[in-house]
Write a protein that binds this ligand. Structure first.
Ligand code: GLY
Length: 354
């Protein structure tokens, strides 16, 4: 078992190891900093993950003496909305959940974001624990405190920075992930290699989907820790985590979310790498390696949408500041830069991809 401490303003710990679901009650008692008045644990999960793991987590929490409630939402991004969020808050209030109680977010990115935002806002903030069951949540969304729901106008438009009290990451839980969802999560893993770790990238090139899960997940979490503690509120350096996301979010939105987040990020990474090579910011070899590793994982490197359509959506990106946007551009494998440019410059830059 590995412990990774995240020293944000409110510090917390990631516990990473195999078969942790059955010990999550003890782990929470040991590492989450709960008040001695904590009585109720609310497991928030979805209808795919709940039947697999909620029973084990419920039992582990009951053994520690908690009253355990389970709140299940339909799986998929469509549940990450204001209606589901409002119902969840109502459930917490109806069950008289108090400030010293906590939520355990058991699921992938959607569950973590939704449950985290409910925890951030219910009674002006109660503790929550992330128990990620998808690769994307394990390596990215469960760490760093970004919580949100989507609005009809776009993804993650209502949210809060609110760090969890503990993350329990048990890679064995990923074994039940549908293959497509695992593959989509690999896009975020590859992103970390491109951002800051050539050794990690080379490991992914060599082993593709058979990579060493504990090594890869822990490297991604450590890199995310280093980025987040420097820029908890995403005002500067944390933006490197958006590699591939600007174009990716636009493609995801144009597809009405039938293109998953990971697949969309893959398209965005391939496009920005090609454009960087055309502009001489990275070598053609670097862009080729990025494109090839994405393909080797079965990830898409292009999409059906025209640059004009993508551009229209990118102009509404929440990371835009006035007419300017920051684009994350690879310089070589293991190093990226954040370049501020006008929206029009970004369009020309991305169109220049050969
Ligand atoms: N997933 C990007 C971030 O946490 O900043």
């Amino acid at each position: 078992m590995k412990l990774i401490d995240i020293n944000t303003a409110a510090p917390y710990r990631v516990v990473l190891g195999e078969d942790l679901a059955g010990s999550c009650g003890t782990l929470i008692q040991l590492h989450a900093g709960l008040s001695e008045n904590a009585k109720t644990a609310v497991i928030v999960t979805d209808d795919n993950v709940g039947p697999l793991y909620a029973g084990t987590v419920e039992e582990a929490l009951t053994e520690e003496g908690f009253r355990v409630l389970v709140y299940t939402v339909p799986h998929g991004e469509a549940s990450k909305n204001l209606t589901t969020y409002g119902k969840l808050l109502g459930f917490l209030a109806d069950n008289e959940v108090t400030r010293t109680d906590f939520i355990a977010a058991l699921g992938g990115g959607m569950v973590g974001d939704l449950a985290g935002f409910a925890a951030a806002t219910y009674l002006r903030g109660i503790r929550y624990i992330q128990i990620p069951t998808s690769l994307l949540a394990a390596v990215d969304s469960s760490v760093g405190g970004k919580t949100a729901v989507d609005l009809p106008n776009g993804k993650n438009l209502a949210g809060a920075f609110y760090q969890p009290s503990l993350v329990i990451c048990s890679p064995d839980m990923l074994r039940t992930l549908p293959e497509e969802e695992f593959t989509a999560g690999c896009a975020e893993v590859i992103k970390y290699g491109v951002l800051g770790d050539e050794q990690l990238f080379a490991h992914l090139e060599r082993f593709a989907g058979d990579f060493d899960r504990e090594y890869v997940i822990s490297r991604c979490i450590e890199m995310k820790r280093d980025i987040v503690v420097q820029d908890e509120h995403d005002l500067g350096g944390r933006q490197v985590l958006n590699l591939g996301h600007t174009l990716g979010h636009a493609a995801e939105q144009l597809s009405n979310y039938s293109l998953s987040h990971g697949m969309a990020v893959s398209v965005g990474m391939a496009a920005v790498a090609e454009a960087a090579a055309s502009a001489g910011i990275c070598s053609g070899e670097c862009a080729g390696r990025i494109r090839n590793v994405l393909k080797r994982f079965g990830l898409p490197v292009s999409c059906e949408y025209s640059m004009d359509d993508l551009y229209e959506v990118m102009c509404r990106d929440k990371k835009r500041k006035g007419n300017m946007i920051s684009l994350v551009i690879p310089k070589r494998i293991g190093a990226c830069e954040i370049r501020k440019m006008s929206l029009q410059e970004m369009k020309s830059f991305l169109e220049s991809a050969s």
